[in-house]
Design a protein around this ligand. Structure first.
Ligand code: SAM
Length: 268
């Protein structure tokens, strides 16, 4: 039975609520997270506490960011968890994760994320990369494939370039729909994101990397000469060592960084 009511709570679709209930999967995820009080630990979307409980077995303090008021309230009165949790009833997409930082500790962020907002949430989280030791997220498998994809593959796109700019991306585990209640219609996967101390291909202005990737991948079928014609002419693209007839999925992160820095320089 794929009941929408789990532990007395009716799953809310608009909050992307698919609760983990498979102990083996939960164990594997918690082992991958490797919770420790050496870091400021943060969970996004604790829900009914499937990951929260086993993580709190290993540490003293956990920050949780939960949008659903009812679920946040349940955690506030939870007999075992309430004393270990700092509960932030808030939207993770607008949340200031920097505000959680403690002196000398980096953030370790994890969560079984609401799939309907996961891509947008990733972009918000990348802004805090410098403060983060690692992140572990359960996502739609297709999104993990996109995060990890390299040039030339169908899954390679703006999300791949932006994620790999900030982080090493390591797929950890695949999870079938049966591990959740209610079961999602898609396969899932856990990914580990390890922010670089220094990005391997630094750009001067992230807004320009964001812009060139948005404009190039916004028109995937066009050559970069056409999709970026409002930013560069063909001669300028060639002078940067790029082929104007290349398609966006053929360019590496290093080449996007080159384009972004050239755009920044043009504006100076
Ligand atoms: N961690 C629980 C588990 O594994 O069973 C719940 C995971 S469920 C897929 C996603 C959780 O994120 C829900 O608890 C949902 O209410 C919460 N959520 C949805 N949108 C959110 C947002 N914008 N900010 C914070 N939490 C959110």
């Amino acid at each position: 039975m794929n009941s929408k009511v789990h532990q007395g709570h009716k799953a809310r679709k608009r909050f992307g609520q698919n609760f983990l209930h498979d102990d083996y999967t939960i164990d594997q995820i918690v082992n991958a997270i490797h919770p420790t009080d050496d870091y400021t630990m943060v969970e996004i979307g604790p829900g009914l506490g499937a990951l929260t409980g086993p993580v709190c077995d290993r540490i003293q303090r956990l920050n949780v960011v939960e949008l659903d008021r009812d679920l946040a309230a349940r955690l506030e009165t939870h007999p075992f968890l309430k004393d270990k949790l700092n509960i932030h009833q808030a939207d993770a997409m607008k949340f200031d994760f920097a505000g959680l930082c403690e002196p000398g500790k980096k953030l370790k962020i994890f969560g079984n994320l609401p799939y309907n907002i996961s891509t947008q949430l990733m972009f918000h989280l990348f802004e805090f990369s410098a403060l983060v030791a690692d992140m572990h997220f359960m996502l739609q498998k297709e999104v993990v494939n996109r995060l990890a994809a390299g040039p030339g593959s169908k899954a390679y796109g703006r999300l791949s370039v932006m994620a790999q700019y900030y982080c090493e991306v390591v797929p950890v585990l695949e999870v079938g729909p049966e591990a959740f209640k209610p079961a999602p219609k898609v396969d899932s996967a856990v990914v580990r994101l390890l922010p670089y101390e220094t990005p391997p291909h630094p750009v001067k202005n992230m807004k320009d990397l964001s812009r060139v990737t948005a404009d190039a991948f916004g028109q995937r079928r066009k050559t970069i000469r056409n999709s970026l014609s409002h930013l560069f002419n063909a001669d300028e693209i060639t002078a940067l060592g790029l082929e104007p007839s290349a398609r966006p999925e053929q360019l590496t992160l290093a080449q996007y960084a080159t384009l972004a820095n050239a755009l920044t320089q043009k504006k100076e």
